[in-house]
Design a protein. Sequence first.
Lengths: 257, 209
Amino acid sequence: MLSKRIIPCLDVHDGRVVKGTNFVQLRDAGDPVELAALYDKEGADELIFLDITASSDKRETMVDVVRRTAEQVFIPFTIGGGLRTIEDIRRMLRAGADKIALNTSAVQTPRLIQEGAHAFGSQCIVVAIDARSTAPGRWEVYIHGGRTATGRDVLEWAAEAEALGAGEILLTSMDRDGTKIGYELELTKAVSRAVSLPVIASGGVGTLEHLAEGLTLGEADAVLAASIFHYKEYSIEEAKRYLAERGILVRKTGGLV
Amino acid sequence: MIGIVDYGRGNLRSVEKALEKVGYQAKIMNDPQELSEVDGLILPGVGAFADAMGALKIMDWIEPLTQFAHSGRPFLGICLGMQLLFEIGEEHGEHAGLGLLAGRVIKFPPGGKVPHMGWNSLNFEQSSRLLDGIPNQSDFYFVHSYYADPSESRDIIATSDYGIVFPAVVGRENVWGAQFHPEKSSPWGLKLLTNFGKLVNDNVALSSN
């Protein structure tokens, strides 16, 4: 049967991995290619690189990271951040990425989802949604790295993205991001039920119990985490063992085989 | 030398890098003429069945691929490349495939999430050199919405379970298919590619004797 996935996320700024709290205060966490290769070895199921370099003249740095990662990493990896055109998508896929994530550009130009899915297949188009709570059971879509409110309802946007041909939803709770108090489970569950696409829960994980909750109570297909892995609070293997002990199906790797 | 067919559909670079990683030389080929230079062949692919067959047709790959398969040299289809080995694909209407294996390519029944995306385990149905040294129940990375339904069960080497049981590895004589992406299925996918490389080398040694 299909396993639940654990996905380390690497925020990349100027070719270095960084991690902030609530989208600011960046701390250096290492070389992206080295970290990616380490996570592959440790049994991560997939990787996501989010390019948080604002200026487009630094984009070449990211293409280089992708190219070098593809030479050493033999699990699927996704690139997101600043991709605005079909040509941007093509470049990343050509450099060796398996999927790309669209956020701001998808909200501003929804047909980019459609064109991307048509040109490269739905399986490589991930729509990333940054969500902020507005009222109980309601969430609003934010863009520009969480700086701009769009007035759009998260559940409606997720359903529209699916209809346009998205293959997966990467759902980040802005209220929880960097807080380490756990995923926003109501949000995750609501989006998982609103679409029939795989949903990756993101934002707020601080313990292994949070990972388990995201996959069970949140009904997510995959969980994304950054700092708990980067700062070696937990290893991927520990996370998998913890989940397996709770009856959650995970890929057997390393010592677990 | 292992050839990788470039018909504009798929992440060829990953397949090339994975083969290099396990010690085999690979060559991305966009000209069917080059088939005479290679000892083994990989047909990768993502996307839709009819679109891929159309691309192979326009680039004049169909007949050379068939000849290659009949030459006895090892031939591996990956993901959509595996599906193309069959006679008929039912994605967006009925379309002819390469017909190297008997059967059809059909859609997952409604109910589950499609595409089937992520890591799933294999159940070995028979032994195969392609799976040498890989433990039964090992996990591989899948992304697909359709699956192959071979007419002959003896062509099924391993299956996987996604609500229904479907073929994950197929093969007959020198032609194999993997529904998952071995190049993205570290560590066992790399082991499978190593096994394929060995099959290629052994076939070269055999032919030169």
